[in-house]
Design a binder for this molecule. Structure first.
Ligand code: ADP
Ligand code: MG
Length: 483
């Protein structure tokens, strides 16, 4: 490599690092990006090194796409980014050595995973400490699991057509854990439809009968524990703790999409537990076959037991739930008000519950009964937000139509400008018109990384300033979507 070319690469890399730092924040930057060292450029492919497999997989999953697009922007000579493992990379980064030799397939993690795992784990612990209720004897008490919420019982779960099958399966597993055909139990459905509630209900029922150890945690928590165990070199302990429980529940498994090392760890835990006749319960927002981005062998195994979906609520179910919750509150709520709420708030039970709680709190506070008028007044903002709610699906449809591209290209990997630009516009509009977070939006666009979405939003804002034609298109789309 000519030395001028070399220093151009280094300069590009420094600028990329700077931009990434701005995008991901200091903590993530130190945790992941700073561990990357610059390697050689071969043809149009630049190699970046990370000191261990876990870090490499993580950086690839979280920042791979972003690194590639930043490189392309910074330096047209670079079209592809290859992330490789090199154990000396960390040292080289410190001493300023140049491109170390790669040795693919490095094994154990012998470098500390540092800051973030700990900080995040601590943050999670703080959150939990607030939400914690006193754990009972049989709940796994080491710091592995999260306490169960005593309110989420079978008794408090209102059953209707959309959830009766899932409810029945959950009841069956609570009564006869690890029975053939029900292991694993896979619960899936949209946000706020009762997956977590049912899992806690299973756990609570199991431990109430004694002598069984139950561990519940979100997939996110599973990942942080896993990272923390690597950092403190206590992987064996982590594995043993997990493998010693009778029932393991992992909530929101979709979080593991793209987190390959954690997925692998979960896969092994899963197999060890099922082989030992223990029960696994998993929830996700999609069925195993639709969880693209999870490894095939894991999806296959997840679908091997009982798969139960919770459908969107019906009007009848929403009314039943509201009636039950109003009754439990002790504050009288007229049927008209319940009907009104069940008509207006159709997305999920959590919001329905939130609206009712607000009404009741307000009535208690001002010392007046709940009426239809007070409801409309108290929930004004909330109901307004519901009225002109635009969904990401609608945005994708409208934008695809407008630019005459296929709807599937909104989530495809195609990078041609004719497809990529409309996709960026759709991401931009999703950010502007919905309350979805960047990672949520990314998931809707073919599981793209949140940094890709952020980049799209910035890029379109920039372009709208420079290109009146594009600005007009975007404004037109916004107008059509909002009205
Ligand atoms: P998910 O995990 O599917 O996103 P949750 O289990 O957290 O949803 O449910 C959201 C809220 O709605 C919780 O407070 C839960 O108690 C309540 N909820 C959901 N479904 C029901 C139901 N069928 N009966 C009573 N409460 C429900
Ligand atoms: Mg949940």
């Amino acid at each position: 490599m000519a030395s001028s070319e070399n220093s151009a690469l280094k300069a590009s890399w420094l600028r990329i690092c700077d931009r990434l730092k701005g995008e991901v924040g200091d903590v993530e930057y130190r945790m992941w990006i700073q561990r990357i060292t610059l390697g050689p450029l071969d043809d149009d492919e630049i190699t970046l090194y990370l000191p261990e497999r876990f870090l490499r997989d993580w950086v690839r999953a979280q920042y791979g796409q972003r690194l590639q697009s930043l490189w392309r922007e910074e330096n047209p000579a670079v079209q592809h980014v290859e992330l490789r493992i090199d154990k000396k990379a960390q040292r080289a980064a410190k001493t300023g050595d140049d491109a170390p030799q790669a040795e693919e397939g490095g094994g154990a993690a012998n470098l500390p995973i540092s800051a973030m795992a700990n900080e995040d784990a601590a943050a999670l612990d703080r959150e939990e400490a607030v939400a914690a209720t006193s754990p009972s004897m049989n709940e796994v008490r080491n710091d592995l699991a999260v306490p169960l919420d005593r309110r989420f019982t079978f008794d408090n779960f209102v059953v209707g057509k959309p959830n009766e099958f899932a409810y029945a399966c959950a009841g069956r597993v609570a009564d006869h854990p690890a029975s053939p055909g029900f292991n694993p139990l896979f619960l899936y459905g949209g946000v706020g439809l009762g997956k977590t509630h049912l899992m806690h209900a299973i756990g609570l029922k199991l431990i109430s009968r004694g002598n069984i150890s139950v561990a519940y945690m979100s997939a996110e928590k599973f990942m942080y524990r896993f990272i923390a165990s690597m950092q403190s070199k206590s992987q064996m302990e982590f594995k043993e703790q997990l493998r010693s429980v009778d029932v393991l529940m992992i909530d929101d498994l979709q979080f593991l999409i793209g987190k390959n090392s954690t997925q692998e760890e979960f896969f092994h835990t899963f197999n060890a537990l099922v082989d030992a006749g223990r029960q696994i319960i998993v929830s996700a927002d999609k069925s195993p076959s639709d969880l693209s981005g999870l490894e095939d062998r894991l999806r296959t195994r997840l679908g091997c037991g009982m798969v139960a979906d919770i459908h969107a609520t019906t009007f009848e179910l929403r009314i039943s739930i509201l009636e039950a919750k109003a009754k439990a509150s002790g504050t009288p709520v007229p049927p008209k008000v319940l009907e009104y709420l069940a008509h207006k708030i159709t997305t999920n039970v959590r919001e329905l519950e939130g609206a009712l709680n607000r009404l009741i709190a307000h009535a208690d506070l001002v010392g007046r009964p709940v009426t239809l008028e007070s409801t409309q007044d108290v929930l004004k903002d909330m109901l307004k937000a519901h009225e002109r709610r635009v969904t990401i699906d609608e945005i994708q449809r409208k934008v695809a139509e407008h630019f005459n591209i296929r709807l599937t290209d909104m989530s495809s990997a195609r990078r041609a400008r004719a497809v990529a630009r409309p996709r960026q516009i759709a991401m931009y509009l999703a950010k502007q018109l919905t309350s979805r977070s960047l990672p949520e939006i990314g998931r809707k666009f073919g599981n793209r990384d949140h940094t890709t979405v952020m980049h799209a939003v910035n890029r379109i804002s920039e372009l709208m300033e420079q290109d009146p034609g594009l600005a007009e298109s975007v404004e037109l789309l916004r107008h059509m979507l909002e009205s």
